[in-house]
Design a protein around this ligand. Structure first.
Ligand SMILES: [Zn+2]
Length: 163
């Protein structure tokens, strides 16, 4: 299996239409760890070289798996599922970067490094995909939402009013 710490030549991947894929754990991705609750988790990645419809070199990155994030409400860890797909168009230098307004979701244009550590690419894409304020799904959190004014304290209070 491909080791994510290995360096690849992104332009070569695109030219040859090669794919690298493998699995790693959060402990392998040092830059990601500050954003995580603990090192529990699992990451599967696939980086496919090719070309866009405009014949530009393009890396298609797919990442699935799960990591543990810290809920900002109760500070407990919870499982966050990763399922992201992004396309990175490679340009030779900064002059070829598009103006900001041309950017679109799921599509980035980056200056292509000669050598790229796949692990760096993966952790950067994961960091971009993480929520700014991670929270348990409603109902899963140990800390309840602050009540809005006028909400009955007890669900049966409403029933009592009806009778
Ligand atoms: Zn919570």
């Amino acid at each position: 299996m491909f080791d994510a710490s290995q360096l690849v030549d992104p332009m070569r991947l695109c030219r040859l239409g090669e794919t690298v894929e493998g699995e790693c754990v959060p402990a392998d991705l040092s830059a990601l760890q500050d954003a995580l609750h603990d090192l529990d988790g699992f990451i599967r990645y696939r980086v496919e070289g090719g070309h866009s419809t405009a014949h530009k070199p393009l890396l298609s990155v797919r990442i699935t798996g799960h990591v543990q994030l810290t809920c900002q409400r109760c500070l407990e860890g919870f499982r966050f599922d990763l399922d992201l797909q992004t396309h990175l168009e490679l340009v030779p230098d900064e002059n070829a970067l598009p103006a900001l307004e041309e950017e679109q979701a799921g599509w980035d244009v980056i200056v292509c490094p000669e050598r790229l550590a796949v692990a760096d690419l993966i952790q950067e894409e994961i960091l971009l995909a993480l929520p700014v304020a991670p929270r348990h799904a409603t109902g899963d959190c140990g800390v309840s939402e602050p009540r809005e004014a006028g909400t009955p304290d007890h669900p049966f209070a409403v029933l009592r009013q009806l009778t």
